[in-house]
Design a protein around this ligand. Structure first.
Ligand code: CTP
Length: 397
C-alpha cells in the first residue's frame, strides 16, 4: 500500500528517537521512500549513520553542507513528501511549529510542507500536561495537523503517565490507514453543519452554547478525504480546515445556517447535521446595549428546525443524518428525533458518558439507523468517530 509513497520523518531531541530506526525499517519493508531530517539535539539520541543506512538516503540536519557550502532546500524536501511525520515531537519543536518559528532545517521543512503532517509527541508527563504544550497541540490540530496521541506508561524520567511516544507498529497502522483510505465518496456532494449558532440579544450579547465544532469538522474532513465535494456550514468556532475539497461557509445565526443549507440541499447526496443549532432566538434585537436593571425577561421565538425541514423535502437517494445530544431517556428521545425528522441515521451522544459530547476531543456515540440497527462505539478521538460514522453510512448508501 505504501509502495512509491514519499515519507519524510522529522526527528527531534527525545529519548523516544530510539524507536525511529524500527519505524524506518517497517516503512521500507512496505515499499515507501523515506528521508530523514533531524534536529541537532536528536543526533545525541540516534545516529545519522543508523538512519541513513536504514533509509538509504542522506540524513539532513543543517540547512547547508558545511564541507562544500551547498544548500539543502527545505522547500524541495517539504514538497517531495506525501506525508511528513514528526516523531518524536518534543515540546520545544511543537512550540516552534505552533508559532511559525523556523530556526532549523526541520522547522523550515514543516513550514514549507504541502502534504499532511502528523506529529507524535514524546516528553515527560508534566511537560505534556503543561497548558502551553496543550495549547500548542490544539493550535497545530486547528491547522489540520494530525496528533498521534502519546501513550500512558513508564517514562524515561522514572515517572509514570502520559508522554510516551506511540509504538512504531501503531504509527505504521495510522500511516497505512491514511494512504489506504478508500475514495468511496468520489463525486458525491456532502453537506455538513458544525459548531454552535449565536443569536444576538443586543450589540454585545448573544445566546449560544458550548459546541466546539470538532465533530462536524472531523466529518467534513473525512468525507473530503474519501473523495466527496463537501460544503461545510459552520457556526462561530475556533478551528478551521485547510482541505481544498471542503467549501467552508461561515455563519453566525440559525437563520443564516438555514439559508446556506437550503442553497446546498437540493444537490446534496448526503447531509450530516452536526451543528448545535439554537432552538430559540430573541423576538427582537435591541439596537443599543441593554442596561442593567432589577430583572430582565427576554421573549424568545422558536427557530426553524433545519434538519426537520430538510427531512420533509428529502428525495429518494438522499441520506440524512442528525445528531442528538441527550441527558435523559437517551435512546427513546433519539429514536423520536429519527422518526419525526425523517432521518436515515441519528447519532446519539449522551452527556452522561465521560469523554462524550461538547468540549472534549473524544466522543462516544450510538448510531441508530432507520432500519433499527444500532451500533455503539467506545470513547475515541472525534476523528476516529468520524471515520466509523462515514464507514457505516457508505455501507448503506
Ligand atoms: N437541529 C436543526 N435545527 C434546529 C435544531 C436542531 O437542524 N433548529 C438539528 C441538530 O443539528 C441535530 C438535530 O437537529 O442534528 C437534533 O438536535 P437537538 O438539539 O438534539 O434536538 P432538538 O430537535 O432541537 O430537540 P431538543 O432540543 O428538544 O432535544
Amino acid at each position: 500500500m505504501l509502495r512509491g509513497k514519499n515519507i519524510l520523518i522529522g526527528i527531534t531531541g527525545s529519548i523516544a528517537a530510539f524507536k525511529v530506526p524500527l519505524l524506518i525499517r517497517l516503512l521500507k519493508k512496505e515499499g515507501a521512500n523515506v528521508k530523514v531530517v533531524m534536529t541537532k539535539c536528536a543526533t545525541d539520541f540516534v545516529t545519522p549513520l543508523t538512519l541513513s543506512t536504514l533509509s538509504q538516503q542522506p540524513v539532513l540536519i543543517e540547512p547547508y553542507n558545511k564541507v562544500d557550502g551547498s544548500w539543502h532546500s527545505h522547500v524541495e524536501w517539504g514538497r517531495w513528501a506525501d506525508l511528513f511525520i514528526i516523531a518524536p515531537a518534543s515540546a520545544n519543536t511543537l512550540a516552534k511549529m505552533a508559532n511559525g518559528i523556523a530556526d532549523n532545517l526541520l522547522s523550515t521543512c514543516y513550514l514549507a510542507a504541502k502534504c499532511p503532517v502528523f506529529f507524535a509527541p514524546a516528553m515527560d508527563l508534566d511537560m505534556f500536561y503543561h497548558p502551553t504544550t496543550a495549547k500548542n497541540i490544539k493550535i497545530l490540530q486547528s491547522y489540520g495537523n494530525r496528533l498521534i496521541e502519546p501513550q500512558t506508561g513508564e517514562l524515561a524520567s522514572g515517572l509514570t503517565g502520559a508522554g510516551r511516544m506511540e509504538e512504531p507498529d501503531v504509527i505504521m497502522q495510522i500511516i497505512n490507514d491514511h494512504f489506504g483510505k478508500q475514495r468511496d465518496l468520489e463525486g458525491k456532494n456532502v453537506l455538513v453543519t458544525a459548531g454552535p449558532t449565536h443569536e444576538a440579544i443586543d450589540p454585545v450579547r448573544f445566546i449560544g452554547n458550548h459546541s466546539s465544532g470538532l465533530m462536524g469538522y472531523a466529518l467534513a474532513e473525512e468525507a473530503a478525504q474519501r473523495g466527496a465535494n463537501v460544503t461545510l456550514v459552520s457556526g462561530p468556532v475556533n478551528i478551521s480546515t485547510q482541505n481544498p475539497s471542503v467549501n467552508l461557509i461561515k455563519v453566525i445565526t440559525a437563520s443564516q445556517m438555514l439559508d446556506e443549507c437550503n442553497k446546498a440541499f437540493e444537490q446534496s447526496d448526503l447531509v450530516i447535521m452536526a451543528a448545535a443549532v439554537a432552538d430559540y432566538t430573541p423576538e427582537t434585537l435591541a439596537t443599543e446595549k441593554i442596561k442593567k436593571k432589577g430583572s430582565l425577561s427576554l421573549n424568545l421565538k422558536a427557530t426553524t428546525d433545519i434538519l426537520a425541514s430538510m427531512g420533509s423535502k428529502k428525495k429518494k437517494g438522499q441520506f440524512l443524518v442528525g445528531f442528538a445530544l441527550e441527558t435523559e431517556n437517551e435512546k427513546v428521545n433519539a429514536v423520536k428525533k429519527l422518526n419525526n425528522k425523517n432521518l436515515d441515521l441519528i447519532v446519539l451522544n449522551s452527556l452522561n458518558d465521560k469523554g462524550a459530547g461538547f468540549g472534549t476531543d473524544t466522543n462516544k456515540v450510538t448510531m441508530i439507523f432507520s432500519d433499527k440497527t444500532e451500533i455503539a462505539t467506545g470513547t475515541l478521538p472525534k476523528t476516529t468517530i468520524a471515520t466509523l460514522i462515514i464507514n457505516q453510512i457508505v455501507k448503506r448508501f
